[in-house]
Design a protein around this ligand. Structure first.
Ligand SMILES: [Zn+2]
Length: 112
């Protein structure tokens, strides 16, 4: 199934995942949601962006650093997802479907 922006492929399961993150409360909610999806094996955690914390450290909220950047994959259709937020200035972020993990994210896989 092609998404409205083209290129993004998501299934019935993961098309409901994306959300905007505009506050620490929404970040906490998004992390909890991702955590539940990983636990229920709907989402696979792939790793983190260079400046972020490991998902295991922040998944239950509270102790994230200035940047939250974690990558996931839908276990059903393999769509990639990026949960990211800039917390220091509070400019927010999103939990969104992405085409690929950009090189400039300095991706660090969970199990190199
Ligand atoms: Zn999917």
């Amino acid at each position: 199934m092609l998404g409205s922006r083209g290129g993004i492929v998501s299934c019935e399961v993961c098309s409901r995942f994306p959300c905007q993150i505009r506050s620490p409360q929404e970040l906490k909610r998004s992390l909890r949601k991702a955590s539940e999806l990983v636990d229920s094996e709907k989402l696979e955690y792939l790793g983190k962006g260079y400046w972020g914390d490991r998902f295991a450290k922040i998944r239950h909220g509270g102790s994230w650093g200035d940047f939250v950047t974690n990558f996931f994959r839908c276990t059903h259709c393999t769509q990639l997802f990026h949960l990211h937020a800039e917390t220091y200035h509070g400019s927010g972020g999103a939990f969104e479907a992405i085409d690929k993990i950009e090189k400039n994210e300095k991706f660090e896989p969970e199990n190199p």
